[in-house]
Design a binder for this molecule. Structure first.
Ligand SMILES: Cc1ncc(COP(=O)(O)O)c(C=O)c1O
Length: 434
């Protein structure tokens, strides 16, 4: 790899490293279009529509996704946030309880708990894997803790063994959020199956997507019953469906809402599941090649997998720069420079939740002004030094750029090399309107 850049930074008027097209995401192969058409012409567009005599796409997707994880039950919902909500409701999360949440993740992880009236307790991440730290979670346990939300973040995972041990020793259930880790494995077993409930987002950027969607999986028949009711206004599938009649029966042992996934979304999700493993293999191969290339650039590092993570999912590929190398340059400038070099979207990590402008529980009308524990919801009361350090030194790109060729991978590494070699120019051009 050259240490001397060939041209000025594209951001500052030079030529980009790569201006060709990147693989499209999401992708719509013929089978997706066929299933969408089947859903459209089936006479049933919703779980709450009448049974037609054949299994709904919602049922087929939940069965296929559960089987993929070797668990008996799956409950599709409208999005990952709804999956978090129904999972928390099924575990009794509500006012007066606490949920332990990593401080470096998408805001929905905390706002789902706050939306149920529970206090999200933000804890720091492991500085290496950037997923929730088991030690920090352990230190945050109180008698009010109702659940621990273990998010497998970006392209690595939490220490699953440590969390299973913590759950066993405290009796506190784990919700495993695998929205960024579909198909990842811990010691050969799929993540999402170690926690009491596993939740997944199927939103457009995810490695398995139907545009907007989500699913919760579990091995517990009792929780399956609850999850179904929480997602369909207190209804669940009847064991004896009759064509022309509703396939849902009224139960009402909990106060449910409508979070049901439509047949169109389920058809897309089912068709896309078929491609997940083969796409993940391409991403893994390209990610390994990229990691090897980046290792040769001084001051640049990547996110390692913990020993137990035997199969990684690259949702976001993360590149970290030494703090000394950055010398105070805002990471957003590096993101802008990388985007300009490669003509593909780069981004910072999530803003830590103690400083994230999108996580504002104190502004929520659901939190009574007179709530005695109101201040416990204040995100700024939590200290998240590792999450904050990671935010200022890491940047990321989405997985579809890893679905390309060896040349694409080489271009990413070349762009990193070029941007790193030009950090001084970026610093002196700070405020340059270009
Ligand atoms: C870790 C994590 N959890 C939950 C969610 C929420 O999912 P959705 O956007 O489908 O509601 C996301 C989505 O971005 C996520 O990344």
């Amino acid at each position: 790899m050259t240490a001397v850049p060939r041209s000025p930074l594209a951001l500052l008027g030079g030529s980009p490293v790569h201006d060709a097209e990147w693989p499209l995401w999401p992708q719509a192969p013929e089978s997706t279009l066929t299933m969408l058409r089947q859903a459209a012409t089936s006479g049933r567009w919703a779980v709450s529509g009448a049974y037609t005599g054949t299994a709904s796409f919602e049922r087929r997707f939940s069965d296929a996704f559960a089987a993929y994880h070797s668990v008996p039950y799956g409950v599709p919902v409208t999005n990952g946030s709804a999956a978090l909500t129904v999972a928390m409701e099924a575990l009794g999360v509500g006012p007066g309880t606490e949920v332990i949440v990593p401080g470096l993740t998408w805001v929905a992880c905390a706002s789902a708990a706050a939306g149920l009236g529970a206090t999200p307790i933000l804890v720091d991440v492991d500085p290496e894997t950037l997923s929730i730290s088991a030690d920090a979670a352990k230190a945050a346990v109180t008698e009010r803790t109702k659940a621990i939300l273990v998010v497998h973040a970006y392209c690595s995972s939490a220490d699953v063994d440590a969390f299973v041990q913590l759950s066993e020793s405290t009796g506190i259930p784990i919700i495993e959020d695998c929205s960024q880790a579909h198909g990842a494995e811990w010691n050969g077993r799929k993540v999402g199956t170690f926690g009491t409930i596993g939740v997944f987002s199927l939103q457009q950027t995810k490695v398995l997507t139907c545009g907007e969607g989500g699913i919760a999986i579990t091995s517990s028949a009792e929780l399956y019953d609850q999850l179904q009711q929480y997602r369909a206004n207190g209804r669940r599938y009847t064991d004896r469906p009759v064509a022309g009649q509703l396939e849902l029966e009224d139960v009402g042992t909990v106060e449910g809402h409508n979070h049901s996934m439509s047949e169109f979304h389920a058809a897309v999700a089912l068709s896309q599941l078929e491609f997940l493993d083969q796409q993940s293999e391409v991403r893994e191969r390209n990610a390994s090649a990229l990691t090897a290339l980046l290792a040769a650039i001084p001051g640049v590092s990547t996110v390692p997998a913990p020993a137990g993570l035997t199969r990684r999912t690259y949702y976001d590929y993360i590149i970290r720069l030494d703090r000394e190398l950055l010398g105070g340059l805002p990471i957003q400038r590096v993101v802008d420079a990388m985007t300009a070099e490669l003509n593909v979207f780069f981004e910072t990590l999530d803003t830590p939740l103690n400083a994230n402008p999108l996580y504002t529980p104190l502004k929520s009308p659901r939190l009574p002004r007179s709530a005695p524990d109101r201040q416990s919801f204040d995100p700024t009361r939590f200290e998240l030094p590792e999450a904050t350090a990671a935010f200022h030194t890491c940047f990321a790109f989405l997985h579809h750029a890893l679905l390309g060729t060896g040349d694409d991978v080489a271009a990413i590494a070349e762009a990193v090399d070029k941007v790193v070699a030009h950090l001084d120019h970026l610093r002196s051009a700070e405020g340059d309107p270009r």
